[in-house]
Design a protein around this ligand. Structure first.
Ligand code: AMP
Length: 221
């Protein structure tokens, strides 16, 4: 199944993507993680996208198309993919449609995550990530057990450059102006569509998602 997780920064895309990947046994293509990895490794792509990512601006579509096309060419992507952070605008959605059509595949499910702005700002400013394994923490609700060390791999956790307050506000603006119009785009497409409120406790959100997935017949898509 080819599925898009959609929603503002801080709505929980990374967390839900990981969970859905285990449930459906399909990989995640998380474009933000891939770009951060390229930046850390100082690859040619990393050097091109660094300023965009650190300032919360969208990376140009032609670069993103190349990144995603390459991932989709991998054998791992043959049975389905969870897209986290892609597409980010209507042009990218059209590119993705075309890339999948070339492989006789299509987007079957879009899950829209939403949370109110106050909670987003609270979550993002408390978010810390492990730069090595990507585990996500929240200093208030889900801190690591041992000081600032990752529970999974023991590396010191860090704050993402773009989780600083001014950049958070800018990313929300970019989301509203460029990404939110995608909602209408997918509502006009023949895809299953789930809206999930991810405010409050994660466990409650997970239950709500399970129920919504049961309501649509996943086995038929
Ligand atoms: P994320 O981890 O999804 O919040 O993405 C972090 C940053 O990576 C974004 O603010 C953009 O600078 C860049 N980025 C990630 N995905 C895309 C995309 N599909 N198109 C353009 N820029 C992206």
């Amino acid at each position: 199944m080819y599925l898009i997780l959609f929603g503002p920064p801080g709505a929980g895309k990374g967390t839900y993507a990981k969970m859905l990947s285990e449930w459906f046994n399909i990989p995640v293509i998380a474009t933000g993680d891939m770009l951060r990895d390229a930046i850390d490794k100082e690859t040619p792509l990393g050097k091109k996208v660094r300023n965009y990512v650190q300032n919360g601006k969208l990376v140009p579509d032609d670069l993103m198309e190349r990144v995603v096309a390459q991932e989709l060419d991998s054998d791992d992507a043959d049975d389905g993919v969870i897209f986290d952070g892609f597409p980010r605008n209507v042009n990218q959605a059209e590119m993705l449609g075309q890339l999948l059509r070339n492989k006789n595949r299509k987007i079957e499910l879009v899950i829209e995550l939403n949370t109110d702005d106050e909670e987003i700002i609270r979550r993002l400013s408390n978010r810390r990530v492990c730069p090595k394994c990507g585990e996500i923490y929240n200093l208030k609700n889900h801190p690591p057990q041992n000081n600032n060390m990752c529970d999974v791999c023991g590396t010191e956790i860090v704050q993402r450059e773009d989780d600083k307050p001014e950049t958070i506000k800018y990313r929300l603006k970019v989301y509203r102006e460029q990404t939110a119009p995608l909602l209408q785009y997918y509502r006009n497409q023949p895809v299953e569509y789930i809206q999930l409120n991810t405010s409050g406790q994660l466990d409650d959100g997970i239950q709500r998602l399970k129920q919504k997935l049961e309501e649509i017949d996943i086995s038929s898509i």
